[in-house]
Design a protein around this ligand. Structure first.
Ligand SMILES: Nc1ncnc2c1ncn2[C@@H]1O[C@H](COP(=O)(O)OP(=O)(O)OP(=O)(O)O)[C@@H](O)[C@H]1O
Length: 217
């Protein structure tokens, strides 16, 4: 299996407290992982560090075959790594504008972006909401918009922070139903979660964060 990301040593500290110190952390290309661990184990911290949202110390980092430093966060990773927050923040514009935002920020012309946004909305089942302000949506609808906003950027690494947290019933099932299609797209996906149905998805490897170390299951 080809590695998408390998890091000889990855440490995250908050003040005097060390959250984790990982040796030989590795994510394979086109592989899906669930990241489990007790509350406060550092799952969000790990995803945020990989996304450049939190400052961690990395040694011997190789991403997509290139030796890189994690700080300042390298452009090659900024373009290839997408983090989806469990309570996604959205602009008070429209669903379509939110999903298209990242493409616009990358300089994709509107004529090229429009069909990509339309396809992402269809995938997430939110076409009927295209002109709605995200603030008026339910939690499940917002999470599906957030997934579409990540998917439309065609990331090589998608980091999902508790994608089904705060959801139940149909809303939760609708989000879970989107995950296998994300995995089929060829990206590597890491989902921090406690949700047994996500952990049990076929073809998903398990990473467990415990006592500051990663266990590969
Ligand atoms: N900016 C910060 N400064 C200091 N401590 C922080 C900061 N951010 C998070 N923490 C602490 O770091 C620890 C790990 O947090 P993190 O959110 O990564 O855990 P988690 O495994 O994702 O937990 P959960 O399952 O509850 O979401 C927690 O004790 C949290 O309070």
């Amino acid at each position: 299996m080809t590695a998408l990301l390998s890091i000889g040593r990855l440490r995250l500290r908050h003040g005097a407290r060390e959250l984790f110190d990982l040796a030989d952390f590795r994510l394979d290309a086109a592989r899906a992982y669930v990241l489990t661990g007790a509350n406060g184990a550092g799952k969000s911290g790990l995803l945020r560090a990989l996304a450049g949202l939190e400052r961690a110390d990395a040694e011997q980092l190789v991403f997509a075959g290139r030796a890189l430093a994690l700080a300042p966060y390298p452009r090659a990773m900024r373009e290839a790594v997408v983090y989806v927050h469990q309570e996604p923040v959205m602009f008070s514009t429209s669903v379509a504008a939110n999903i298209g935002y990242g493409l616009r920020a990358r300089g994709v012309a509107p004529a090229r972006a429009a069909p990509l946004v339309a396809a992402a909305m269809a995938w997430a089942g939110v076409e009927h909401l295209r002109d709605f302000d995200p603030a008026t949506l339910s939690g499940g609808e917002r999470q599906r918009v957030a997934l579409a906003r990540g998917k439309v950027l065609a990331p090589r690494l998608l980091l999902l922070d508790e994608p089904t947290a705060n959801l139940d019933g149909t809303a939760r099932e609708q989000v879970i139903a989107l995950i296998p299609q994300l995995l089929a797209g060829g990206a590597s996906v890491v989902m921090a979660c406690h949700d047994r149905d996500l952990i049990g998805l076929p073809g998903v490897s398990r990473l467990k964060l415990r006592d500051g170390r990663i266990e590969y299951r």
